[in-house]
Design a protein around this ligand. Structure first.
Ligand SMILES: C[S@@+](CC[C@H](N)C(=O)[O-])C[C@H]1O[C@@H](n2cnc3c(N)ncnc32)[C@H](O)[C@@H]1O
Length: 202
């Protein structure tokens, strides 16, 4: 029964994404979180980690408008989006040279760093959780390098044993942190999103 409901919800967002021309259902997660927390504003410079196939890039571009700039990075190539101010790179966020590569492709310090990075799912829960937290920590480190003072961030992380430790790390760096699960996220899934505002750049 619950499985059928989940299937219907997936199908619902799949259809909505198709109708709206979004490349991924996950676009609605960002739209819902952004509506609630006002993370992305007109003219912002946004970095999107784990951006393939590009649903979040499309939503971020809608929000920043013509004057902003969006940079996406992923292990996989991303088909070109029809906007001059959206750029994509193929890179591994855990690679030591990636922060510099990102920095070299930005017009100025970022206002927002997003991360929807997910590990390749092994099916062994403890392993997938630990990998997700490791990737979320990497995303936080990159956000610290890229963000302007008072910048904002949105980082996906799977809930579990190391979740609270990650949340306390992000709380040290931002004035405001909230954990949220948007309606478009499956109820049974362990994913949650850390919304962080007011980056404390020392
Ligand atoms: C859920 S998908 C992102 C969907 C995207 N937000 C969208 O709306 O289209 C997660 C992405 O994380 C990427 N990823 C996983 N590990 C990565 C890494 N170490 N560096 C860069 N990207 C990574 C995967 O290739 C995958 O495309």
């Amino acid at each position: 029964m619950a499985e059928r409901r989940r299937g219907r919800k997936r199908e619902h967002y799949y259809r909505m994404a198709k109708r709206a021309g979004y490349r991924a259902r996950s676009a609605f997660k960002l739209k819902q979180l952004n509506r609630r927390y006002k993370l992305i504003r007109r003219g912002d410079v946004v970095v999107d980690l784990g951006a393939a196939p590009g649903g979040w890039l499309q939503v971020a571009r809608e929000e920043v408008g013509e004057k902003g700039f969006v940079l996406g990075v992923d292990l996989q190539g991303i088909a070109k989006l029809p906007y001059e101010n959206v750029k994509t790179l193929v890179a591994d966020i855990t690679d030591a040279s990636t922060p510099e590569l990102l920095g070299n492709n930005l017009p100025r310090a970022a206002d927002v760093v997003l991360s929807d990075v997910s590990p390749k799912i092994s099916g062994v829960w403890s392993v997938d959780h630990a990998r997700s937290v490791e990737l979320a920590r990497t995303a936080l480190t990159i956000a610290e390098r890229m963000l302007a003072p008072s910048g904002r961030s949105l980082i996906k992380v799977f809930q579990g044993e190391y979740f609270e430790d990650f949340v306390s790390k992000i709380r040290e760096k931002f004035e405001f942190v909230k954990i949220s699960k948007p309606p478009a996220s499956r109820k049974g899934s362990a994913e949650a999103y850390a919304i962080a505002k007011g980056f404390k750049r020392f």
